[in-house]
Write a protein that binds this ligand. Sequence first.
Ligand SMILES: *Cc1c(COP(=O)(O)O)cnc(C)c1O
Length: 426
Amino acid sequence: MVEISQYKTLRDDIAGVSVAELAANYGGTPLFVYDAAKIIQRCAQLRPVGVVRFAQKACPNIAVIKLVKEQGVLVDAVSAGEILRALAAGYRPEEIAYTADIFDQDAIDLVVGKARGCVVNVGSNDMIEQLGLRLGDSAKGLEITVRINPGFGHGHSRKTNTGGDLSKHGVWFEQLDESLALAKKYGMTITGAHMHIGSGSDFEHLATVCGAMEKTVRALGPQIKTISCGGGLPIPYQSGEEFIDLEKFAALWRETVSKLEKEFGHSITFEVEPGRYIVAESCYLVAQIRAIKKQAENLFYLVDAGFTHLARPMMYGSYHPISIARNPANGPVAVDEEVDAVVGGPLCESGDVFTQSEGGYVEKRRLPAARVGDYLVLEVAGAYGAAMSSNYNSKFLAPEVLIQDGVAKLIRKKQSFEHLIANEIF
Ligand SMILES: *Cc1c(COP(=O)(O)O)cnc(C)c1O
């Protein structure tokens, strides 16, 4: 049965711990609060699909990576920093994949050094050349995988499309002969094919991706041992939306895998590489309402979190469920009423609005009537939330707390002023 999402607009607690208490105990707001149970649940649901690899870029806190690791999940890294995070979380290099369209100096140093043995998933033929040149004789016998751009992508957002002739990602499907030749030149073998297109719940489109994968893998040859469908598994951000039918998703890919296994006469490992699906729902960004303004007919809730803490609404016009947690210090409310409010942040930037649609159009949200001092919780903030935080306006990175079995634990301290300016020379 397909699960339906349901988000509430009033809450007292997160994973059994009072919101007011969390704010009081962890240095106030804004505060990221993660519910470990959600992460564990999503990992368990993915297990029957194939080998699961966490795209840590969605949420790279090492405590979160460790939790995911405990669920038997492998990890993907897209930068030197992410490779180092994976190592710090206790992953062995063989359990880490480095996926990128280029090698920067730090990354190539790591994959031939401290992280030697990690899976290098190349998104350009230049990467094969550079790796071969760097390793020289010791490139012989090395197995690499290729991220392929099959010539088409998915989705309408220019910023999130991951395939097609306007995408910078992956090796263009018509240039794989060159990939094979370059690998051969250095004695390396391409043993894996990767396509991160993100069809989501669009199963018709997914069938097209499976078809493209089959064709491409046949062209690459029977030395292919692993195929990866990348990430892009969607989760519902609004109430009433359906969760993805993972069984159907897995069945489509299983068909592709078994066809190729028959043709090649050996088994093929299937990998899925989600970021969002594993962590999105686990996290709540707790902010506090610091001012309530009326600009003509428009009511504004101004909170102490901004796009420096959660950038998705500003970047993509993404919708996040919002709930209000009353501050007990405000005393009881006589009647629960609702209002239409715009929710904005503290930044000196007009785009700092959480209730906006794609293109930057400010919208109103039906929310419980609230008072200054009440908490406003931006929900489903675990994917590309804390991960995309910035220090713009010299805002301090917010602390992160993980709740497991009813116990809250600080997993990142609030950034200090000393840390903020640590690398500045004056
Ligand atoms: C971003 C990314 C993912 C994860 O995408 P989600 O939409 O968060 O699942 C997986 N693989 C690669 C290569 C990525 O760049």
